[in-house]
Ligand binder design. Structure first.
Ligand SMILES: NC(=O)c1ccc[n+]([C@@H]2O[C@H](COP(=O)([O-])OP(=O)(O)OC[C@H]3O[C@@H](n4cnc5c(N)ncnc54)[C@H](O)[C@@H]3O)[C@@H](O)[C@H]2O)c1
Ligand SMILES: [Zn+2]
Length: 360
């Protein structure tokens, strides 16, 4: 098992990377959480696949174990379902010392984290991510929340977990489409902060796609390390952390407009293509790099363009983004491969040409 630490301003916490659940019990003991009540939040898929295994591992460790399962998918990521969580917590008499554990992908993690951050003004929270996207990205860094009125992550809180426990073996049951969506975030980490990592992903893409254990561990480790570094410098996104949104302003607009028929990582892939194109139009990177990115994303079956969208509608959605200030869309672009920055004054005609590049 490998251990990495996130050293954020508000707390320090470990990320454990393993190929089974065998050390989960120790992780809870190490965090001083034994003897309490625990509620495991899973979705309808991870409920069937992993809930029993996890409960068996932690058997005897807690005074009360309960679980709440919601219908899998982004459409559940809303305040109505959060309300159901709260009711369930009260029925099970959870208290301030209790623990909420997210067992699932980014949707379970974001929702369980948000519920943990608000229930009784904040109770203990643990992430047990099972999708690649959650293992390389969303379980680390403390962003939690839900969608509201069709707008992505509009309601939320920064709330760091007590620990993150990754069992990479869970990826074996993950549908390929979901695996590939997670690759979009891993590739993003290469583009924004770690050129060498990007090159490694490219060189090792077949082993990664075949879920070869060492390659997958290295992928998870390096993505978590990069993300932990960014979060440690800027926990609440007042500067450097913004770079993690590379591809996301374009991507979230497409994701909302698709009615969530395109999944998050797919939208990020199309969004990164737009971001790379705009970076090249602004003279920072070569157009060859845009083509190279499209080849890598396509290898992981990620969309580099999307059909049937109106570019003005996408622009309007982008204006609603949390990073838009005074009607100025803040966009993360690349100074060069492996170095991202926030551009506050990209000309709107160029932004439109980048949208056009991906909607055509
Ligand atoms: N908090 C953050 O920093 C952050 C970062 C990136 C993305 N996100 C959010 O994460 C969400 C996307 O996460 P996701 O792609 O994991 O979606 P998800 O949680 O919906 O999981 C994708 C699908 O895979 C299934 N699944 C998960 N693990 C499985 C496994 N091991 N075997 C079989 N099926 C499995 C789920 O049931 C679901 O159907 C979005 O809501 C996005 O906004 C948050
Ligand atoms: Zn994302």
């Amino acid at each position: 098992m490998e251990t990495l630490y996130v050293k954020a301003k508000s707390t320090d916490y470990p990320i454990y990377i393993n190929d089974s659940f065998s050390e989960l019990k120790n992780a809870f003991i190490e965090a001083g959480l034994e003897g309490r009540k625990i509620c495991i939040i899973c979705d309808s898929n991870t409920n069937k696949l992993y809930l029993e295994k996890v409960i068996n591992e932690i058997n005897g460790l807690f005074s009360h174990i309960c679980h709440f399962s919601f219908k899998a998918g982004e459409n559940s990521k809303n305040l109505d379902v959060i309300s159901e969580f709260y009711k369930f917590f009260i029925e099970n008499k959870l208290d301030r010392k209790s623990v909420i554990a997210a067992l699932g992908g980014g949707v379970a993690g974001d929702m369980a984290g948000f519920a943990a951050s608000t229930f009784m003004r904040g109770i203990n929270f643990v992430q047990i991510p099972t999708s690649l996207l959650a293992q390389v990205d969303s379980s680390v860094g403390g962003k939690t929340g839900v969608d509201f009125m069709g707008n992505k992550n509009m309601i939320g809180a920064f709330y760091q977990p007590n620990f993150v426990y990754i069992n990479s073996n869970t990826l074996k049951s993950l549908p390929q489409r979901e695996f590939c969506a997670g690759m979009a975030e891993a590739i993003k980490h290469g583009y924004i902060i770690d050129e060498q990592y990007l090159n490694e992903i490219e060189a090792n893409k077949e082993n990664i796609k075949n879920l070869e254990t060492n390659s997958i561990h290295s992928l998870i480790y390096k993505s978590c390390k990069n993300k932990a570094y960014v979060v440690s410098k800027d926990e609440k996104e007042s500067g450097l952390r913004e770079i993690l949104n590379f591809g996301h302003t374009f991507g979230h607009a497409v994701e909302s407009l698709s009615g969530f028929s395109l999944i998050h990582g797919e939208c990020v892939a199309a969004g990164m293509t737009a971001g790379l194109y705009l970076s090249s139009k602004m003279g920072m990177i070569d157009m060859d790099e845009v083509l190279r990115a499209k080849r890598l994303l396509s290898y992981f079956m990620l969309p580099v363009n999307v059909k049937g969208y109106d570019k003005a509608e996408i622009l309007n959605k982008m204006l609603l983004d949390k990073k838009t200030k005074n009607n100025k869309i803040n966009l993360v672009l690349l100074k060069k491969i492996g170095e991202a920055y926030t551009e506050k004054s990209a000309p709107q005609d160029l932004i439109l040409s980048a949208i056009e590049y991906i909607v055509n």
